[in-house]
Design a protein around this ligand. Sequence first.
Ligand code: CUA
Length: 358
Amino acid sequence: MDEEPGGAGGDDRGHLWQLLAIGAVASAIGIALALAIDWWPTLASEEGAKIDTLYDVLLIVSVPVFVLVVVVVLYCVWRFRMRPGQENLDGPPMHGNTRLEILWTALPAVLLVALCTYAYVVLDDIEDAKGEAPMNVRVVGEQFAWTFFYENPDGGEEISSNRLYLPVDTSVLFHVQSKDVLHDFYVPAFRLKIDAVPGITTNFKATTTDEPGVYDVVCAELCGLGHAVMRQTANVMPQAEYDRWLSEQAAGGGGPVGTGEEPAEGGGADGKAVFTSTETGCGQCHTLEDAGTGGTVGPDLGESLAGKDEAYIRRAIVDPNADVPSGFQPGIMPGNYEDTLTPEEVDALVTYLAGVSE
Ligand code: CUA
């Protein structure tokens, strides 16, 4: 790179090779870096593996294209820069280069068609398997919570839960609905998501792997002030444990299991644990000194509940729009805690909040 630029003829070829060498090295480094980065959380679905591979292929193909463009731009800026005395000169006249133009049209076209075809095949693969009579879960979104409904093994009313419970190694067909505005049901660990659209039911199928685990369930469509806190969890558990949970729910009790955040049995739910758990999400919206939470979407409970009795606190939980403190809007806090929490959990919350508000 030390020869005086601007020379004609033989020099050009040498520069081209230098350019290619720099590009190849930079591409190799870029690809290695791109693949080394953990772009995604833990993978927890069979379908997700295909999507992860697709992403890797996209990265491997995109990095050299990016590097090529940047290397050519930087090289041209350096090599064809203006020198003293050239301020008023035009550059040399240029005519089209047909070979180059065909090349830079055809190559990206082939590349794009190939990648689109590959992506389509992956999508089709994942959607195709939808029909294979898996387990069904109805997912209902509302501002700002998800509720999950299960077929009752005893044939009665659907079982509802504010956590998503799934057995390992099972295909699950999600029937996604919305009560109010657009939401988007997204489990990053499954790599799959779909819009929840008022008035219609959308579907996707995910197959859990044989690893139990707890994963995030999020909303991926801006749906209002509480969008960011519309987060719950998916608990993938051994089949026996799942069956036990489902039959307990069918029998009308049980409560949450398997997260270690609350006592699984015994009825005496810990109000503070219910408050701080990611499922209720209380602390994500409310500041409460005793619980160590600092949310600012809703009122600071240290202020708004000060001196209030249990009846007021209970109403504030199950019917949050009945009395909204000034400075806050109605309709932000989910109104379904009476459905999604067990009566013991509501009692525990009321007792706890009354205790810290005295
Ligand atoms: Cu619901 Cu964002």
